[in-house]
Design a protein around this ligand. Structure first.
Ligand SMILES: C[S@@+](CC[C@H](N)C(=O)[O-])C[C@H]1O[C@@H](n2cnc3c(N)ncnc32)[C@H](O)[C@@H]1O
Length: 215
């Protein structure tokens, strides 16, 4: 099934404005910092420490890849949008030797990486966009390419922000797929994954939940 976010981030202009529109003001800066820090905490929680090899998918403009590289992880980014990949590689060229790239074009539902390539796979800001059937395909692919853990960011429909933003999104024609705790549970059980912990950006308030799942 197609969904908006598969094609919505293909244009150069959208990509160039991505960080600026989301993370420029104080609220955006704080959200960015909290999201990245939470993912860092989740990796530490399961003892995935630098220089472990991490997949960041979708990498978007590379903000998480950069954060993890700064911590000393070995990071590969992937995104379905060639423009996002170009932007990330440009942003992160100081972290790799000449001609090497951090990011590449990949569809998370059908990855080209061999089995068990990464110590862990992280997915930030994708699952709100994906209908359940696509999400399950992504989860199964991330499970295949990861050795031990998945760090998956879900969006909680029962949070205050989830409830208040849903109507606005509908009005603007944005298709959004928030979930309940029971749905996350069911989805990860279907993929035969075990939930180890759930980190909340702001419990009950924010939509963002970082789910740590063991293979
Ligand atoms: C909201 S952005 C999130 C980017 C980044 N993770 C962040 O948090 O800033 C969503 C990204 O998902 C990518 N995307 C959508 N569907 C995808 C798929 N099936 N495989 C890989 N990337 C996908 C889009 O191109 C876009 O860059």
């Amino acid at each position: 099934m197609e969904y908006q976010a598969k094609t919505a981030y293909q244009q150069k202009q959208v990509v160039n404005q991505y960080d600026q529109r989301r993370f420029q003001n104080l609220k955006g800066k704080i959200t960015n910092w909290m999201e990245l820090r939470l993912i860092g905490r989740a990796l530490k929680y399961v003892n995935i420490l630098p220089p472990a090899r991490i997949l960041d998918i979708p990498c978007g403009t590379g903000r998480l890849s950069e954060y993890l590289l700064q911590k000393g992880y070995s990071v590969e980014g992937a995104d379905i949008s060639p423009e996002m990949v170009r932007y990330t590689n440009q942003r992160l060229k100081g972290y790799v030797s000449r001609n090497a790239d951090i990011a590449r074009v990949e569809n998370a539902e059908e990855l080209s990486f061999p089995d068990a390539t990464f110590a862990a796979a992280v997915s930030l800001r994708l699952f709100g966009h994906t209908p359940p059937e696509n999400r399950l395909r992504v989860i199964n692919e991330l499970k295949r390419v990861s050795q031990s853990y998945l760090i998956l960011v879900y969006y909680d429909r029962n949070s205050l922000v989830g409830m208040t933003r849903q109507a606005g999104r509908r009005k603007r024609g944005i298709s959004w797929h928030p979930v309940s705790a029971a749905e996350i549970d069911g989805e990860l059980k279907r993929a035969e994954l075990e939930i180890i912990n759930v980190f909340h950006l702001l419990r009950g308030l924010s939509e963002t939940k970082v789910v740590v799942a063991r293979i």
